[in-house]
Design a protein around this ligand. Structure first.
Ligand code: C2O
Length: 344
């Protein structure tokens, strides 16, 4: 059976290996109807690359203003910047038990829920930002780290005077330092490459990830995760690259906040551009497969999540509702994808 939506009224303290057991991540909730989400028909919204939007000052002003407003909302407002980050904590740090399985936490990492859940999370976050600045066309930028043009932390996030800035990062990885897909928390691993060699090594990792998994969706997306199953450790290969990038951005020192811990990761605006790229890579994967559905199985398709939408309504969504970006009325700017036919 599919993993059902969590019961908000039973949300409890969350825990994290590094931050302890009494994390408060539950969304503000007393009672209230939960309705099926109806997808708003907006103009097709285009998510652009971070290295492009930096040249568009009108866009940058809007994005910053939206985040500024989100940060100023009352602490218990469901749209508040930190509340938005708590959504991630609650779904990832065991604040919910699965309905009908009191000892099994809801966990949307390490398996086939990873990509759809984060697609929805970004969708609602983006719609809320748009609402805060009254712009129905607002989109998040993507961090294009699969391309040689995007392999450093986007500069839109490294200006300390911007509301998009977060001080809890590994500042020794600021531009021009190139991301390393083989990086590990404790610096015991690494590609051993620098400069162009590193750019090339990263691209080859990406290419191999796609090639290997093209015929077997669970290799890319993650292993099945069904109702009542303990969160399994079957992350897809894209999720693994994603983890590395989290660790590479988070603070060098233990406990590697913000990006290096699920409970705090979404307090850094870069999180959403990181995930926009993960989401875009999923879409590229779908295109390469000719849109053959990854898992034609109700246990996946009917997995259910809940979010606050941009009208402060609590809504229910299913995996089947988000299979392609156009279902949510957005798409990605086309940028060159040099790793596709690199000679690796
Ligand atoms: Cu839910 Cu990038 O992690």
């Amino acid at each position: 059976a599919p993993v059902m939506r969590p019961d908000l009224s039973k949300c409890h303290d969350a825990s994290s290996l590094v931050l302890g057991d009494c994390l408060k991540c539950c969304p503000p909730y007393t009672s209230g109807d939960i309705v099926d989400y109806t997808f708003p028909e907006t103009p097709l919204r285009v998510r652009r690359a971070a290295q492009e939007v930096i040249k568009d000052s009108e866009y940058m002003d809007k994005y910053k203003e939206a985040v500024r407003r989100m940060k100023k909302l009352p602490d218990d407002h469901p749209w508040n910047f930190y509340q938005q980050a708590q959504i991630h904590c609650a779904y990832c740090n065991d604040a919910y038990d699965q309905v009908g399985f009191p000892c099994v936490p809801v966990q949307i990492h390490y398996g086939w829920l990873f990509l759809p859940w984060h697609r929805y999370y970004l969708h609602f976050y983006e719609r809320i930002l748009g609402k805060l600045i009254n712009d129905d066309t607002f989109t998040l930028p993507f961090w294009n780290y699969d391309s040689p043009h995007g392999m450093t932390m986007p500069e839109i996030f490294t200006d300390a005077s911007s509301p998009l800035y977060d001080g809890n990062r590994n500042t020794s990885h600021y531009p021009p330092v190139i991301v390393d897909y083989a990086h590990s928390h404790d610096y015991t691993a690494g590609s051993g490459e620098t400069g162009n060699g590193l750019v090339r090594a990263n691209q080859c990792v990406m290419q191999k990830t796609f090639k290997r998994s093209l015929q077997r969706a669970e290799l890319f997306m993650g292993e099945p995760q069904r109702a009542g199953q303990k969160p399994c450790s079957g992350p897809g290969q894209l999720e693994c690259i994603h983890n590395t990038i989290h660790n590479w951005v988070g603070m060098k020192e233990y406990p590697h906040t913000d990006m290096g811990d699920f409970a705090t990761a979404a307090r850094d605006c870069i999180f959403f551009s990181h995930h926009a790229n993960i989401d875009r890579l999923w879409h590229i994967y779908q295109t390469m497969r000719g849109y053959k559905i990854e898992f034609n199985n109700p246990d996946w398709l009917d997995s259910t999540f809940i979010f606050y939408d941009e009208n402060e309504q609590i809504v229910r969504v299913k995996v089947r509702g988000c299979l392609t970006p156009d279902k949510l009325w957005y798409t990605y700017q086309e940028v060159p994808i040099p790793w596709i036919d690199l000679d690796c």
